[in-house]
Design a protein around this ligand. Sequence first.
Ligand SMILES: [Zn+2]
Length: 305
Amino acid sequence: MSLKSVFAALLALSPAALLDPALAQDAMQEPGITFQSTELAPGLYMLEGVGGFAGGNLGLLFGEDGAVLIDDGLPPLTDELLEAIGKLTKEPIEFLVNTHVHGDHIGGNEAFGEAGATIVAHDKLRERLAAEGMTTATGQAPAPEDALPVVTFSDSVTFHLNGRSAYVFHVERAHTDGDAVIHFRNDNVIHAGDVLFHSLFPFIDLDSGGSVKGFLAAQKRILALADESTKIIPGHGELAGKADLAAAIAMLEDSLARVRTLVEAGKTEAEILAANPLADYHDDWNWGFITTERMTKTLVRELTE
Ligand SMILES: [Zn+2]
């Protein structure tokens, strides 16, 4: 099943299930969701759910100094996730890095925190998580003490483990206001979190401090780190490369320019939606969660608020 059809099947159950761990739980009960692992470098893997929607893509680095996990998916799937990790390494998860505050990426925080992992995230993520709980499509889910990061950073932090370095840096007001991107410098691998949706219109969470302008700036910052052989783990979608990221930037910049022309001509949101300026991106980028209409509305809001 393709990613788009998995989402379509899930959204047929509930339009809110994508980000909401509680609502997604029913969908998760369908048998057969497992995590597939792809080796990107020795001891460095991308993990992605197959057989149903399992949350965002994860990263796993391990070796004699222990294991580091990037994001932890939806809580109903923590056992499946642990099983998949257990097949790769017996090292316990020493550190857990959160890319952003959405429930489909950090829903497993409590379980990993309880098990002894040190959770690391941007300052803003912890602030939001402590004050408002976890962001889901239908509102906020409370975050217990064990789910909170215990180490936070404002700009960047670097891990030196297993003979390599992982540079974790903040990108301002992008997908949310607490995003982290991870650059495994020795391995030419980048975990972009939801700063990249591969071949899907991106979700840019304006309500959680994200912005289209910041999102594009963050994507360009990642692009500048990449070369032709860089492997980029997107928040959603298949493993990407520099060309995929460049295509996503080109699409979003052009979409923003198209909507800006209409906004500057004094068109209302209704008139802009009727004009459908993103029509020719529809076939390649539209999906159940971020439709062409929803993407257009986000761009209008960015330009008018
Ligand atoms: Zn997200």
